[in-house]
Write a protein that binds this ligand. Structure first.
Ligand SMILES: [Cu+2]
Length: 109
């Protein structure tokens, strides 16, 4: 979690640049006090896609994927998103960094 400030700044820049982010294929992930769902979903390889994340819990959450190089802190009740750039086929783990037992896998194919 040492790079949070960097990622927040980067996310703001990406948001400002991502005028067409709403047009991307979108997958929704919900985090709720140490539970994450879905725990598995499929996304297209070689294309940008969006992961929309909602923290439906009462405690802070952090969507994180080391493999996808994405990190997003969400207060309770907050919805935000990350855009994943063209990604090679494979399985990419994501988790709630505040409740690391809550994990899922994006299957890119
Ligand atoms: Cu972190």
């Amino acid at each position: 979690m040492t790079m949070h400030k960097f990622w927040v700044v980067l996310a703001a820049a990406v948001l400002a640049a991502g005028a067409h982010a709403e047009d991307l294929p979108t997958f929704r992930v919900t985090i709720k006090d140490g539970a994450i769902s879905p725990t598995r979903f499929e996304a297209p390889a070689g294309k940008r896609f969006k992961i929309e994340i909602t923290n439906a819990g009462k405690s802070p959450a952090e969507f994180e994927s080391i493999q996808l190089r994405k990190e997003k802190v969400l207060g309770p009740g907050v919805t935000s998103f990350v855009v994943v750039n063209a990604t090679s086929p494979g399985e990419y783990v994501y988790f709630d960094d505040f409740h690391p037992q809550a994990r899922g896998t994006v299957v890119v194919k």
